[in-house]
Every structure is written in structure tokens, then in C-alpha cells.
Design a binder for this molecule. Structure first.
Ligand SMILES: *[C@@H]1O[C@H](CO)[C@@H](O)[C@H](O)[C@H]1NC(C)=O
Ligand SMILES: *[C@@H]1O[C@H](CO)[C@@H](O)[C@H](O)[C@H]1NC(C)=O
Ligand SMILES: *[C@@H]1O[C@H](CO)[C@@H](O)[C@H](O)[C@H]1NC(C)=O
Ligand SMILES: *[C@@H]1O[C@H](CO)[C@@H](O)[C@H](O)[C@H]1NC(C)=O
Ligand SMILES: *[C@@H]1O[C@H](CO)[C@@H](O)[C@H](O)[C@H]1NC(C)=O
Length: 724
């Protein structure tokens, strides 16, 4: 039998607000000594009867971590390659379902039929006058004693998902990182890319942008390679953590979000859809054939590219040939045939129903699908999710029940374009927007040392507090907070980029969210070598980092679900909005643009924060004499305002020209899908105005400033709970 749907009306089963341990409202008549005594007696009585305080369970949760459990999950999940849409990934979903169901959390699979992309045929050869033709094997070598050697044949051939099918045989041009500015440099140097094969290296921007930039520059095809300078500065795996010479970074080149056949709506059964041809013709698709290659193949190509010597910061590392711009005399002959096909994906959803506010959700999410074995990306996160679920089950056995509902999600097809999470958010949009308190994402849980976190700003303070309670997995005398502050990434990042499953939650529907990991970069990313052996040798030899991520993730979830007053602090939001305004101010200096509407709205928001802070002061649980103490509806009202303020930063029409992106404060840069911009709409308009410098273009900058000012004023009203 299917477990109950999260959306089912549960209010008849459990009252929204529990009666005890609140005192009856009349106890507020405290000035008379008799009621006062009665109240004190009642308080003691309820206190003694009550289950341990949430903080007792939270501390217990932190002691229950198990590195062996996390390692066992990771080993099980990474036994075979498990690409989205494959039988192996459906089997991995079964593993997750049976684990969560065995903890007696109601668990179900939500499947979707979506457009995925697989390679059907690939070939790439290199020739030049006076040089024999090299036909590249396009294969990643297994390593000596590779325990996965037997199943490595199941690994998908190296490809770039959603590349156009076609052939090109033309001179090669070197395009550095394939950014817009790299193509501008080539144009300035008189290197004509039209009809050529662009050769760009990985790094700096999203690979989809590299291919799209190549197409916009007129290239007939693109090749992306892994430069040894960036990915192999030390010993290669298995002798070190770095990328082996035949290692290839596979990945998607789709710039959109979600199933390409349902661009603004959910891929529900029987729904309206674009045809595959229409979906592939989207501007968010690369539109030209492209292939990824290894460092070894990339170097061989660059050796044969002539022309002017490329600038210093375009060069490779020690021992690399001198890189030149081209075009030619190297000729690349690339053929790619993709198989774009509808495939079934499986999200796994488990629900731990809240006792007092079951209709308020705290959602944890991680994806399961991987390009290869997925040891770091993403199953270090999946292993952490399962490990923390086991701890929550132990808490339940000791009497803990969350105040609010906790939902554990294991997404599918993230790698192709955040597809599983996006379809689910689109399908449940109205439910999620009215009931979700926060979304906590972990994609790559562990790949290195150092703690990294990004968040919508009202969660900054909670992140800091929680990280002080979790031990540093690499140094028992310190906290995760100390490790975080010691690293060069001690600032909290923002969620404007499009690089993981928080995107739909934040950028489409405005849910307060967190994304975090231990370590950020690792060289074998999206290659054959992202396997259990790599993790055990280099990523997390004792699996303590897995435990630390699970502790941090679970603690955030516990505090958000158990605390009577939501642990949100909007003061950091004011600071972020102001910082963004300063950034705009610098970029429009001397131009006919006024920031005063923006400043005015931020001031309103600041006033709202002061107002809500003073109200929160009064209802704090330790403030026994609070008149609101007796009024759970007042607590609910405050929590709803805290929850819904983030929603008010979204706008029905969305960013200009990119209507799916509803959040006006955080969204991806138009020019790099990995980039996290504040005020992305204003940023787009400024970039256009700087290029065209017409009075209309500066007027549209002003228009975008008015739009964000209006949104911030709306958010101020929601937070203060006032009508004008
Ligand atoms: C680049 O080459 C194409 C095709 O050969 C040609 O049509 C175009 O005019 C050239 N562009 C420049 C700026 O020379
Ligand atoms: C490119 O390679 C394909 C497949 O190997 C081959 O059929 C074709 O003739 C080649 N084209 C050129 C111009 O060399
Ligand atoms: C495309 O992929 C699907 C699913 O793997 C497979 O059933 C089909 O045979 C493939 N078609 C081609 C032309 O490779
Ligand atoms: C652990 O942290 C403490 C306190 O910051 C520091 O003194 C010590 O050197 C660290 N130990 C290691 C092995 O890094
Ligand atoms: C877990 O940690 C203990 C030491 O605390 C260690 O002996 C054990 O090997 C670790 N387990 C794994 C799988 O690394």
C-alpha cells in the first residue's frame, strides 16, 4: 500500500497547535497572588510531565553519528555506475527506499517521464599537414587493481548530454576557458571562429556556457578538455587525488532547469509537452555537436594548433606545449550522435510527520543519480542522508517527535538539469509555497577538507550556531565552525547559481534554503575515478567528514523543525540587500539611474526587521511573563511571517526574459549558470546597457531597480505583518 501523500490533509488527525505545555490564557492574570501560585504550580507540573526538551534530543543526535554506517551506505550506493534513467539507478532508488522504510518512515517513489540524453555514436580525429591522423579512443583507462574494473563497462561513454547531433571537420581554434571574454579576445586578435572547431578547457564557467559561447562565436563544434594545470598539479589517482591522463569530465550542457519538454510546468503523467525536436531547439540547449576529452588528448590537439602565441594566462602548466590561438593547422573531425529519449526517473520521498505542526515542512534533499560511480558526487551526500535518518529513527525510539514535519528527499536526474527536484517542486508548488519552512540541500557531501555553506541570509545565524556544536572531523579539539572560519571560504555563499537542487526551491518558489558540503573542488569530478576507492584513499579516509556533514544537516533540520519560534534572523538579509545596492551603485556611477527607490525599500525592510525582532523578544520561551506565552496563535502568526517573507521576494512574472526564475534577489547570471548574482535582473540590464549604452537601455536598468524595490517593500509588509 502506498504511504500517505505529504499533501494529504492531516489536520483532522493532529491539532495544529498542541494545548500543553502552554498555560491556559487566563493564567496571564498574574497580578493577583493566588493565580500566580496556581500558574507556577501548573508550570512545574507540566514541566515534570513533559518529555525531555528538544535540546536534549538534539545533543543526543550529535552523539549517535557512525562513520561505519556512512561508509557502508556509500559502498552499497557506488557498487555500480548509476546514471539517471538506467536500471542501476532504479536499483539504487530501491536501496534508498528499503533503508528508509526499514526505519518505519513512510516512504514512496515519485516517478517522472523526462527527456534525457545518451551518446549513440562518437568519433574524434586530429590531423594536420605532414602529420599522421590520430583517431582518439575516447576511453578512460581503468587503473591497476581497480575493484570496479568488471562493472566499468557499464559506465556511459564520455559525452556532453544534449549536444546536437552532427559532424564537423574544420580547423581548431583555442578558446581558453570558453568564456564570452575569451571569444572577445579572439575576435580582437582577428581570429575568426566561424565554421571552426573551438577547443576550450574546463574551469571558471559552466560547461554549457562554454558550448553556447562557441556556438554564438560561430563555431561548428566544440571540444572541452581537462587541462593538467588545473586538474593534475600533483600525483594522479590512484597514486594521488588528481585526475589521471585519460580522465574525462562528463556532464550536461543544458542551461535550463527541469525536464526540457515541460519548461514551465511539471512532467506529470499525461501532461502537455513540447516535442523532443522543439525541446532540443531551445536557446538553453548547446545547439552544436560537442565532446569532452582528457588532458592527454587535449594536449595532443594543442600541440598542433599554430598561429599567434596565446597570452600568459591562457597557457598550460609546466611541461605543457606552448598554446597558440590558431586557427589550424590542426584539423579536428568530430562526429556526435545523441540519443534524446524519454526515460523514467525516481525521486524517493520519506516523511516524518510533525506532532504539533504537521502542516509545516522542513525538507532535506540530495540527489542520487551519478555520471559514473558517484562516490563524492552525489552519494557522499546520500550516505550522509541515510546515516542521519538512522539517527532520527533512534531518537524516535527514545520518544522524540518533531514539532513540524521533516521530509527526506532523494532526487533523480539532477545531473541532467536539476530535473527530479524541479519537476517535484513544480508539481507541488502551491502546497510547498504555503507550508515549507526551509529546504536543506547537500549534493556532494564530502570531497575534501574545509566546510562550505551557502544560504538565504535569514539562515546565516543558525548555520553559525549549529556549526559551533559539530566537532571538526579533522581535529577533535575544534568545532566545524573553527574549520570553517580558518578556510578561505569562511564567508557564507548565496544561492543564486544554478548548480544544484536548491534552485527550484529558492529561485522558483522562494523557500529559505541552505546548501553545504565539506570540501568544494576535487579533480576527478564527473569522471570514471569518482569511486569508493578514491573516497576511501583521499576524500574521507575515516568517513568522519561524512558524519560531520550528517550532523550539521540533521542539527539544522532538528532546530528548524523543533523550535517553537523559527530560528530565522532577517538582519543579515538587510545587510545583504544593502551590499547588493552598493554593488549596483558602483556600476551605474555617472549614468542616468537613481537608486533611491531601492534605498527606500531597504529602509522599510530594516524597520520591519526591528519590529519583528521586538515581537520575538516578547515571545521567547524563556520570557515566562510574556502575554503571548498563552497565545499559540500569536506564535503561529510570527512564524508564518518569518516563513513567508522569503516568498515575497518572488515575483509572478519572473526575471525579464527568464520567467521561470521568480526570485528577484537571487538567480543565476545570464552569462554563467554557476554564477550567483544578487539582483540578477538588474545585473542583466546593466550588462546590456554597458554594451549598447543607449538611453533606452539605461531606462531598463531603472525599470529593474523599481521592480526590486517593489518586491522588497512587499517583503517588508509580510515581515511586519501590516497592511498599508
Ligand atoms: C569570418 O568567416 C566567415 C566565414 O568564412 C565570414 O563570413 C565572416 O565575414 C568572417 N568574419 C570576419 C569578422 O572576418
Ligand atoms: C570525418 O570522420 C568521419 C568518421 O570517421 C569520416 O567518415 C569522414 O570522412 C571524415 N571527414 C573528413 C573531412 O575527414
Ligand atoms: C536510446 O536509448 C533508449 C534508452 O536507453 C534505448 O532503448 C534506445 O534503443 C536507444 N536508441 C538508440 C537509437 O540508440
Ligand atoms: C587542532 O586545533 C587546535 C586548536 O585550534 C590547534 O592548536 C591544533 O594545532 C590543531 N591540530 C591539528 C593536528 O591540526
Ligand atoms: C571509523 O572510525 C574508527 C576510529 O574512530 C576507525 O577505526 C574505523 O576504521 C572508521 N571506519 C571507517 C569505515 O573508516
Amino acid at each position: 500500500m502506498a504511504p500517505p501523500h505529504v499533501g494529504d490533509d492531516t489536520s483532522t488527525r493532529t491539532p495544529l497547535i498542541a494545548a500543553p505545555p502552554y498555560l491556559p490564557r487566563r493564567a496571564a492574570a498574574w497580578l493577583h497572588p493566588l493565580p500566580l501560585l496556581v500558574a507556577a504550580a501548573l508550570a512545574t507540573y507540566y514541566h515534570l510531565l513533559a518529555a525531555p526538551a528538544p535540546s536534549y534530543y538534539h545533543a543526543l543526535f550529535l552523539t549517535l553519528g557512525s562513520n561505519d554506517t556512512a561508509a557502508a551506505h556509500l559502498r552499497a550506493l557506488t557498487a555500480r555506475p548509476h546514471l539517471a534513467g538506467s536500471e542501476a539507478n532504479a536499483a539504487a532508488a530501491e536501496h534508498v527506499v528499503s533503508m528508509l522504510a526499514s526505519l518505519s518512515f513512510p516512504t514512496r517513489v515519485t516517478p517522472y517521464s523526462v527527456l534525457l540524453s545518451y551518446p549513440a555514436h562518437r568519433s574524434l580525429s586530429l590531423s594536420a599537414p605532414g602529420h599522421h591522423t590520430t583517431a582518439f579512443a575516447l576511453v578512460q583507462d581503468t587503473y591497476p587493481d581497480d575493484p570496479n574494473a568488471a562493472v566499468s563497462a557499464e559506465v556511459v561513454p564520455t559525452f556532453l548530454a544534449y549536444s546536437a547531433s552532427g559532424s564537423a571537420a574544420a580547423e581548431a581554434v583555442y578558446a581558453n576557458y570558453g568564456r564570452a571574454e575569451d571569444y572577445a579576445y579572439l575576435a580582437a586578435r582577428g581570429v575568426n571562429v566561424t565554421g571552426k572547431v573551438a577547443v576550450a578547457r574546463y574551469g571558471k564557467v559552466y560547461r554549457g556556457d562554454k558550448v553556447i559561447n562557441a556556438r554564438l562565436a560561430g563555431a561548428a563544434a566544440a571540444v572541452i578538455y581537462t587541462d593538467f594545470k588545473d586538474f593534475t598539479p600533483g600525483k594522479a589517482f590512484p597514486d594521488g587525488p588528481w585526475m589521471p591522463p585519460t580522465g574525462v569530465q562528463v556532464g550536461s550542457t543544458f542551461k535550463g532547469v527541469g525536464d526540457p519538454t515541460t519548461p514551465m510546468w511539471a512532467s506529470s503523467e499525461g501532461c502537455e509537452r513540447l516535442s523532443i525536436a522543439e525541446a532540443m531547439a531551445s536557446d538553453d540547449m548547446p545547439g552544436i555537436p560537442a565532446l569532452p576529452v582528457s588532458g592527454r588528448d587535449g594536449e595532443e590537439i594543442l600541440q598542433l594548433i599554430g598561429g599567434d602565441v596565446a597570452p600568459e594566462d591562457w597557457q598550460g602548466g609546466e611541461g605543457a606545449p606552448v598554446y597558440r590561438l590558431g586557427p589550424g593547422p590542426a584539423v579536428l573531425n568530430l562526429t556526435y550522435a545523441g540519443n534524446e529519449t524519454m526515460a523514467t526517473i525516481q525521486n524517493v520521498i520519506a516523511v516524518i510527520e510533525g506532532k504539533e505542526e504537521p502542516d509545516r515542512y522542513v525538507i532535506l534533499g540530495n540527489h542520487r543519480d551519478a555520471w559514473t560511480f558517484g562516490a563524492a558526487d552525489p552519494n557522499s551526500g546520500t550516505a550522509a542522508l541515510l546515516e542521519l535518518a538512522q539517527r532520527l529513527s533512534k531518537l524516535q525510539n527514545k520518544g522524540w517527535r518533531p514539532r513540524r514535519t521533516i521530509i527526506l528527499c532523494n532526487w533523480d536526474a539532477e545531473e541532467y538539469g536539476l530535473i527530479g527536484s524541479t519537476e517535484w517542486v513544480e508539481e507541488n508548488r502551491a502546497m510547498l509555497t504555503s507550508k515549507t519552512v526551509a529546504y536543506l540541500n547537500v549534493d556532494i557531501g564530502v570531497c575534501n577538507s574545509g566546510f562550505e555553506a551557502s544560504a538565504t541570509p535569514q539562515l546565516d545565524e543558525l548555520l553559525k550556531q549549529a556549526s559551533k556544536q559539530v566537532p571538526n572531523p579533522d581535529n577533535g579539539t575544534e568545532s566545524l565552525y573553527d574549520m570553517w572560519m580558518a578556510s578561505d571560504s569562511s564567508l557564507i555563499g548565496r544561492l543564486g547559481g544554478g548548480s544544484s537542487d536548491y534552485s527550484a526551491f529558492v529561485q522558483h518558489i522562494g523557500i529559505p534554503s541552505v546548501d553545504m558540503s565539506i570540501g568544494s573542488d576535487y579533480a576527478v569530478y564527473h569522471s570514471l575515478y569518482d569511486d569508493f576507492t578514491w573516497m576511501e584513499k583521499y576524500g574521507d579516509p575515516m568517513f568522519r567528514r561524512h558524519v560531520a556533514v550528517a550532523s550539521m544537516w540533521g542539527l539544522l533540520a532538528l532546530r528548524l523543525s523543533d523550535e517553537e519560534i523559527l530560528p530565522f534572523n532577517y538582519s543579515s538579509y538587510v545587510a545583504e540587500l544593502e551590499k547588493g545596492a552598493v554593488g549596483i551603485n558602483e556600476r551605474v556611477r555617472g549614468m542616468p539611474v537613481s537608486l533611491s527607490p531601492l534605498h527606500k525599500s531597504i529602509k522599510e525592510f530594516d524597520m520591519a526587521v526591528l519590529k519583528v525582532d521586538s515581537e520575538l523578544e516578547v515571545v521567547q520561551p524563556q520570557n515566562f511573563w510574556s502575554p503571548w506565552r498563552t497565545n499559540p496563535l500569536k506564535v503561529r502568526d510570527l512564524n508564518d511571517r518569518l516563513m513567508m517573507t522569503e516568498r515575497a521576494f518572488t515575483e509572478r512574472e519572473g526575471l525579464s526574459g527568464r520567467p521561470w526564475y521568480k526570485h528577484m534577489i537571487y538567480g543565476p547570471s545570464l552569462y554563467n549558470d554557476y554564477g550567483a548574482e544578487v539582483y540578477p535582473g538588474v545585473d542583466d540590464a546593466i550588462q546590456t546597457a554597458k554594451k549598447t549604452n543607449t538611453s533606452e537601455s539605461w531606462q531598463s536598468v531603472q525599470h529593474e531597480i523599481h521592480r526590486i524595490a517593489r518586491i522588497i517593500s512587499q517583503a517588508a509588509l509580510v515581515l511586519s505583518g501590516q497592511l498599508t
